[in-house]
Every structure is written in structure tokens, then in C-alpha cells.
Design a binder for this molecule. Structure first.
Ligand code: NAG
Ligand code: NAG
Ligand code: NAG
Ligand code: NAG
Ligand code: NAG
Ligand code: NAG
Ligand code: NAG
Ligand code: NAG
Ligand code: NAG
Ligand code: NAG
Ligand code: NAG
Length: 716
């Protein structure tokens, strides 16, 4: 044993003095190891730092200690190697002083070496990569019958998420079926009071139920609001401790008076849990297939798991590499009086991985999962931030958030690259979370990502409604495959969604499939309020509930060489819902150029009668040239404000050189094969350039719409 320890000392702390030929300053390279069972290696009570550290924090303290001791002219680079297991309840905060550091999982050889020191009954589960966790294990479950177990926790945190063997377990929900809702009876009549409650229907609440820890989730249009209960009042009135953004019930068709209740601790159904804060007791109902004492059960308690935040924009943290690690189990919390209701769940102030006042950061091959809010937020004062080849999945809100919301922007966010990641299964707590959202930032690259299974928009760019300065420019959204967006829950969203004037923003070569809202407003590419100066080119958009492309006022956009197919698939699901949309739609047109639209293919699949290929609410100034339109089912396509036939439309002079003809796609449109065109396609005549299939693209329509009721919450 003693000999082993000597070997260990040698690899734990290596300073290599290095001089480059052109430079007399020495760079020190330090390697630190973190192994969370340090007692095996004796004590370092003398402060000699000569054994592997037990915690990542100790390794960061080592860097800080070195920094304070050394000659400032000698740069120091440190690599921290983590043993591949959980580091629970261990949030870490990298500051400027921790610059020039790489954090990674140790290699297999070192893992095997350290593993020899473990006793057979040790609790340190071997993982494929080290997991920095904001959670704690919940243990000591006792059965209370019917597959229900209880355990008490000692943390002060409110337990509102639970993960069993790497799976998210939802809180008890009323109604139980996650695809159904309760409907309240009527909104409150006073518009301010209506933000704090509603008139419920008989049987929906009862003051003898445990309401203190329960949460009411109300569906508006593009948001849900989340409420704690203050009291039940006369005339079936429920009042909340915190308000919604708009009066509950204001968006009649989108909201349909829907709500559900979470964490009401009465007879939990299988695979749900609830928490009573007064007794700190978690109740878990299993499906009988596992023993909680034999399972890995984790409850998040920390909202931020890792942060990289410099002191300010001048003294930023720089040159950090994080690779091959996982960042997991972040908490969410809403203050009992806080308004928890905003587009894109933007009221959240934290993320599992939070970055600000930082530069030259590379995050590669990391996993961020099981979060309560967004996975990553690259916020103000950042430049040259790179996130690539990573997985962001099972998030409470959205996946990746960039930039800040306030204007004018005090500390810019610029040069952010989000490349080749998978961003999936979002909105598990806050459905309005977006796959990838860039608020106000410049020179952002969102390329080659797989973005799927979100309950609101896939990619959102810009945060300025209308024509005021947007602080958003040069955003490249290219080659992303975005599918199964919306999932029939919220309304008013898009596969790709933009806001405001954005010179240099390009949306190119993306594939968008399956965008569906609960009732209305669901578009493939959604150029919302004031979107201007952007180019939309070479995208394929298909299977959208409403139009493939919608511009809700804006100027000078260029729509070129796209395929827009299989639009307006959503049948009006409820009495009183508006009828379906067209293929291309401009709303709220103004007295300037809305867009130019050329070399596009519009493949309409509407059955029977007439359908709008292009709809504009008022007379729009838009220039259509050299497009190909087709419907294979003898449906007459209609164009423009007056909804006239193609021939009459061309006579208006608003469209030249276009054709109605079968584009002759290489695959079967009804099977959602890729939309390349055959060699003899008439698309050549309108100057259409064949598109390239994305390597990540998958064939098939698989909308899951007609087959079975949608099981959206937690049952992906
Ligand atoms: C689980 O373990 C605890 C001890 O930690 C024990 O008291 C309890 O009975 C066990 N529960 C079951 C269901 O086996
Ligand atoms: C509330 O629940 C209690 C106990 O279950 C029941 O006796 C009572 O009738 C309920 N009240 C209402 C208004 O449903
Ligand atoms: C009681 O609530 C109903 C809606 O459930 C509402 O129509 C009615 O006006 C309310 N009555 C009073 C007295 O507020
Ligand atoms: C993690 O959360 C716990 C419980 O809320 C809290 O006591 C602790 O200070 C947090 N740790 C950090 C580093 O924020
Ligand atoms: C970043 O630095 C700016 C000042 O340069 C400061 O206002 C801001 O609060 C800092 N951000 C964080 C998250 O500390
Ligand atoms: C659109 O282009 C015109 C002509 O170049 C220009 O005058 C106008 O300011 C532009 N509008 C916007 C919102 O960029
Ligand atoms: C265009 O509309 C704006 C806003 O309605 C108005 O202020 C402006 O005068 C109009 N311009 C022209 C040329 O009609
Ligand atoms: C289709 O539109 C044409 C003219 O736009 C109109 O005459 C005809 O009645 C419409 N047919 C249907 C089924 O709506
Ligand atoms: C179509 O051609 C006519 C005649 O050359 C021209 O006046 C009109 O502006 C053109 N329309 C578009 C949308 O380019
Ligand atoms: C399409 O309409 C034309 C003219 O009304 C008719 O001759 C033709 O049979 C129809 N084709 C189909 C497939 O319904
Ligand atoms: C378009 O690409 C497809 C797939 O590579 C190919 O089969 C087809 O011939 C191409 N069409 C043209 C016009 O080049």
C-alpha cells in the first residue's frame, strides 16, 4: 500500500517547467486528480497538497493558491482529471483566478488504478464520465403500502424533481393522464385579480386537501403560469400567492381554460412522487417493478451546478476547456410571490451551466441533463464561447440560452458557436422553454444541431418586438434538423422563430418537420414582430399545423430556394378554433417591402376544394418571382389578399415567371422522404437548386397525431 501511495504522489501533482525558444517566460503545467474517496490515501493535515483531492472545489482552491503564490509573469495551465463517478451536491464556480484550466474525466488506465482502492461495498458508482451533480441521493425508503414509499430528507431545499435510475419521475398530477387537462369554470371579472386566480368547477379543489405545497399550472397561449395556492374563497374562487403575466382566460381559444395541478399529495399514481415540505417527506409511488432502496434516486437541490463567471467584463475568465464530463440534476425554484410566466420561460435567472464575463471557452463532448431550468446559459460579457458535440437533454425549460434580454445592452454577448449538439426533450417543468434561444447577441453560429421534442419553439433568435434597435445581428442558423416541436401543448410558436431587425442573420439549409400547437398559431419558420433584413434559404419545412412560413410584419426579408411542403395539416381541434392556414402567410402587412420570395417550391397537400398557397391579411408589398407551386389533389391554389387563382394572381404583377407544376421529388411526399428533385424536374426552369440531405435527417412522417392520444408530459 505504501508503495502505491508513493506512485500516486508522483502523478498527482506534476509541475513541468517549460520554456519556448522564442520566449523566456515559463509556463507551468499542473495536473490535479480528484477522486472522491480520499481517506484511502491518508491525511494532508499539513496542507502539503500531495494527494488526490476529494472534491473539485479543493482542486479549484489549489489553482487559486498557486495563483496567489506565483510570479504573475509565469503563466500556469492546469488540467483537472475527475474519477468517473457522481459528485453530488457539489456545485462549482470557476472565476477569473481559475482561467487556463481544463476539466475532464480521467482516462481508463487511471480509473482502473484508483478503483483498486475501493472496498467492495463502496457507494461510488462507476460512470462513463464524471458527473457534477446539483442533486442528493434520497435513501432510506419505507413502504407504506400499495407500492408507495416514503423517505425524509434533511436538506432545506423543496424537493420538486426526482430521478429514479436516470429517469425523470413526474410529480403527482391532476388529472393523472398527462395529455388531459382540467378546465376552470370562468375567469375572475376584475382584470388585475384575474392574474391571481379563477372560478373553479365543482370538485376541482377542496380545502380539506393538502394545498400548501401544490402548484397550479395554467395554460395561456405561448406560456404556462405556475402558481402556489393562497386560499379557496367564496363562489368557487381560488386565489394564488403569485400572479400570471396576463389575466387568466384572456387568450380564450389558445388557453381553453386549461390547467393542471401538481404535487397534490393524495393517492399518487404509479411512477409519480410528491413532497410535503412541513415534514420534509418525499412520497414515491412505484409501478412495483423496482425497490427504491435498490435504486439510484436523486433529487436536485442546487439551481446552478457549474458556473464560469469572471469578475467583470475586463477581468473575465478565459481559456477554459471542459470536455467529457456530465453536468446534471439542477433544481428549479419559484418564490411564492414571484411571477413565473414569460415567453421562452425567460423569468428563470439560472441554468445548470451558467457562463458570463468569459472568453475563449470550449465545451466539447459534455452532457447536460436532468435539469430544472435551461441546460446552459451563455449570458452577458461573453465572447468566443464554443459548445460542440454535446448532449443537452431532459431539461426543465429549454436547452441552450444565449445573451441577455435588457436593452440597451450594457455588456455584449458575441461570438458564440453552438455546433453539432443534440438538444432534446425539453420543457419538462416549464413547457415554454426553447430548444436553443439567442436573446440579444451578435455573431452567433447555430449549426448542425439535432433539436427535437420540445414543447415550444425549436430555435428562437432575437428579443426585440418591432423595429427598435435589436442588438442582434449576424446569427447563422444552418443545417439544423428540428423536429417534433410544440407537441400540441402551447400555442403560437415555430420550428424557427425570430424577432426584430437582424442584419446578417441567415437561416440556411435547415430541415423542420412536425410543428404542432394545441389549438392555433404553429408555423415552420415564424418571422415574428418586426423581423427584418434576414435571409431564409435552402430550408425544407414540412408537416406543420399551419403555414410553412409566416411573417407577422417585418421588412426586407429574402426567402429563396426553400421547399415548403405539407403545410396546414392541423384540423381545427375544437369548436370555434380558426380554420387552417395557407402555405405562406403574411400578417399585419405594412407600407414597405415585407419580403421577396423566389426560386421556392410550395407543395400543397390540401384535399378537396381551394387552399391558400399565399395568404396576406392586407395588401402586402411582397415580390414573388420564379416559384413552383403544386397540389396533387386537384385543389385550386389561391393567392394574395383577394385569394385569386394563379392566373389572376399573375395578372396583378405581384408574381412573375412562376409555374404550377409537379416538382417531381425524388421520394414519396406522403412518406416524408427527402425533398430533392429529379433530374427532369420543372424546378430547374424556376432556377431552383437541388438541396442536400442532412446527415442527421430521418425519413418518415411520424407525427403520432392520428394514431393515439398524445402523451406529452414525461412520456416522450
Ligand atoms: C430500506 O432501507 C431502510 C434502511 O435504510 C430500511 O429501514 C427499510 O425497511 C428498507 N425498505 C424496504 C422497502 O426494504
Ligand atoms: C371535500 O372533501 C371532503 C372529504 O373528502 C368531503 O367530505 C367534502 O364533501 C368535500 N367537499 C366538496 C365541496 O367537495
Ligand atoms: C360566481 O362565479 C360564477 C362563475 O363560476 C360567475 O359567473 C358569477 O358571477 C359569480 N358570482 C358572484 C356573486 O361573484
Ligand atoms: C446547494 O443547495 C443547498 C440546499 O439549498 C444549499 O444549502 C447549498 O448552499 C447549495 N450549494 C451551493 C454551492 O450553492
Ligand atoms: C459581468 O460584468 C459586468 C460588468 O462588467 C457586470 O455588470 C455583470 O454583473 C457581470 N455579470 C455577472 C454574472 O457577474
Ligand atoms: C428596408 O429597405 C429599405 C430600402 O433599402 C430601407 O429604406 C428600409 O430602412 C429597410 N427597412 C428595414 C426595417 O430595414
Ligand atoms: C407608412 O406607414 C407608417 C406607419 O403607419 C406611416 O407613418 C408612414 O407615413 C407611411 N409611409 C408612407 C409612405 O405611406
Ligand atoms: C374556390 O375559389 C373560387 C374562386 O376563387 C370560387 O369561385 C369557388 O367557389 C371556390 N370554391 C370553393 C369550394 O370554395
Ligand atoms: C413583374 O413584371 C412586371 C412587368 O415587367 C413588373 O412591373 C413587376 O414589377 C414584376 N413583379 C415582380 C414581383 O417582380
Ligand atoms: C381534376 O379536375 C379536373 C377538372 O375539374 C377533372 O377533369 C379531373 O378528373 C380531376 N382529377 C382528379 C384526380 O380528381
Ligand atoms: C438532386 O439530388 C438527388 C439526391 O442526390 C438526386 O437523385 C437528383 O438527381 C438531384 N437532382 C438534380 C436536378 O440534380
Amino acid at each position: 500500500m505504501f508503495q502505491h501511495i508513493l506512485v500516486l504522489f508522483a502523478i498527482v501533482f506534476i509541475n513541468i517547467e517549460y520554456s519556448s525558444s522564442s520566449d523566456i517566460t515559463k509556463t507551468f503545467f499542473t495536473e490535479l486528480y480528484v477522486v472522491p474517496f480520499p481517506s484511502l490515501f491518508g491525511s494532508d493535515a499539513d496542507g502539503s497538497f500531495t494527494r488526490p483531492y476529494a472534491t473539485l472545489q479543493q482542486a479549484l482552491d489549489h489553482i487559486e493558491h498557486d495563483y496567489n503564490c506565483r510570479d504573475a509573469s509565469s503563466p500556469q495551465k492546469t488540467t483537472i482529471y475527475l474519477y468517473p463517478t457522481y459528485y453530488h451536491a457539489a456545485p462549482v464556480h470557476f472565476r477569473k483566478i481559475h482561467s487556463h484550466t481544463r476539466l475532464t474525466t480521467m482516462n481508463i488506465k487511471d480509473t482502473v488504478y484508483y478503483r483498486k482502492y475501493l472496498s467492495p461495498n463502496h457507494p461510488h458508482r462507476l460512470l462513463s464520465k464524471a458527473s457534477i451533480s446539483g442533486g442528493i441521493p434520497v435513501t432510506g425508503w419505507t413502504s407504506i403500502g400499495n407500492n408507495v414509499y416514503q423517505a425524509t430528507v434533511t436538506t432545506s431545499a423543496f424537493i420538486n424533481q426526482l430521478f429514479v435510475n436516470n429517469q425523470r419521475i413526474p410529480r403527482t398530477r391532476t388529472p393523472v393522464d398527462p395529455s388531459t387537462y382540467l378546465q376552470y369554470d370562468a375567469p375572475l371579472s376584475d382584470p388585475n385579480q384575474a392574474r391571481f386566480g379563477f372560478h373553479y368547477a365543482d370538485g376541482q379543489f377542496n380545502s380539506s386537501w393538502p394545498l400548501t405545497d401544490a402548484m397550479v399550472v395554467v395554460y395561456h397561449s405561448w406560456t404556462t403560469s405556475h402558481h402556489y395556492i393562497d386560499k379557496l374563497d367564496a363562489n368557487r374562487t381560488i386565489l394564488f400567492t403569485n400572479p400570471s403575466d396576463r389575466p387568466i382566460g384572456a387568450m380564450v381559444a389558445q388557453g381553453q381554460r386549461r390547467f393542471h395541478v401538481e404535487n397534490m399529495c393524495i393517492s399518487p399514481s404509479p411512477n409519480t412522487f410528491c413532497f410535503i415540505s412541513a415534514t420534509k417527506t418525499v412520497y414515491l409511488a412505484t409501478d412495483g417493478s423496482y425497490d427504491p432502496n435498490q435504486s439510484e434516486i436523486i433529487a436536485p437541490i442546487n439551481e446552478t451546478v457549474m458556473s464560469l463567471v469572471g469578475d467583470d467584463t475586463i477581468n473575465s475568465i478565459e481559456d477554459v476547456i471542459i470536455d467529457n464530463i456530465a453536468i446534471q440534476y439542477s433544481a428549479w425554484n419559484i418564490d411564492r410571490t414571484q411571477q413565473a410566466d414569460a415567453q421562452a420561460a425567460s423569468f428563470l435567472t439560472y441554468a445548470a451551466l451558467f457562463i458570463a464575463n468569459a472568453t475563449s471557452i470550449i465545451m466539447s463532448n459534455i452532457e447536460i441533463s436532468h435539469t430544472g431550468s435551461y441546460g446552459v446559459w451563455i449570458k452577458e460579457g461573453t465572447s468566443n464561447i464554443n459548445l460542440l458535440n454535446s448532449l443537452v437533454t431532459d431539461t426543465g425549460a429549454g436547452g441552450i440560452r444565449i445573451g441577455q434580454m435588457i436593452a440597451p445592452v450594457p455588456t455584449p454577448t458575441t461570438s458564440v458557436q453552438i455546433l453539432s449538439n443534440e438538444v432534446s426533450y425539453g420543457g419538462n417543468v416549464f413547457p415554454s422553454g426553447v430548444g436553443i434561444i439567442s436573446h440579444r447577441a451578435t455573431d452567433v453560429t447555430i449549426v448542425d444541431n439535432l433539436i427535437h421534442h420540445h414543447r415550444y419553439t425549436g430555435i428562437s433568435v432575437g428579443w426585440q418586438w418591432g423595429y427598435a434597435s435589436s442588438y442582434t445581428s449576424n446569427v447563422l442558423v444552418q443545417g439544423n434538423y428540428i423536429y417534433n416541436i410544440g407537441q400540441h401543448i402551447l400555442c403560437d410558436q415555430g420550428g424557427i422563430y425570430t424577432l426584430g431587425i437582424q442584419p446578417g442573420t441567415i437561416i440556411h439549409g435547415n430541415v423542420i418537420k412536425n410543428v404542432f400547437s394545441y389549438a392555433m398559431y404553429m408555423w415552420g419558420i415564424y418571422l415574428d414582430e418586426g423581423t427584418s433584413d434576414i435571409v431564409v434559404s435552402n430550408n425544407v419545412v414540412y408537416n406543420t399545423g399551419w403555414a410553412s412560413l409566416f411573417q407577422h410584419y417585418g421588412a426586407n426579408n429574402t426567402i429563396i430556394n426553400n421547399v415548403f411542403a405539407r403545410a396546414s395539416l392541423s384540423p381545427p381541434p375544437h369548436p370555434g378554433d380558426p380554420s387552417t392556414d395557407g402555405d405562406i402567410h403574411i400578417g399585419l402587412t405594412e407600407n414597405h417591402t415585407s419580403f421577396t420570395f423566389q426560386h421556392n417550391i410550395v407543395y400543397d397537400t390540401f384535399l378537396n376544394g381551394n387552399h391558400s398557397a399565399y395568404k396576406s391579411d392586407q395588401g402586402a408589398i411582397a415580390f414573388f418571382n420564379s416559384n413552383l407551386y403544386y397540389n396533387p389533389y386537384n385543389t385550386t391554389l389561391l393567392f394574395g389578399k383577394q385569394q385569386v387563382s394563379f392566373t389572376d394572381w399573375q395578372k396583378t404583377g405581384q408574381e412573375n415567371n412562376s409555374l404550377i407544376a409537379d416538382p417531381l421529388f425524388t421520394g414519396d411526399v406522403n412518406q416524408c422522404d427527402f425533398f430533392t428533385v429529379q433530374l427532369n424536374s420543372p424546378a430547374a426552369q424556376i432556377g431552383f437548386k437541388n438541396l442536400t440531405k442532412l446527415s442527421k435527417w430521418t425519413p418518415g412522417c411520424d407525427m403520432d397525431v392520428d394514431q393515439e392520444p398524445i402523451k406529452q408530459f414525461y412520456r416522450w
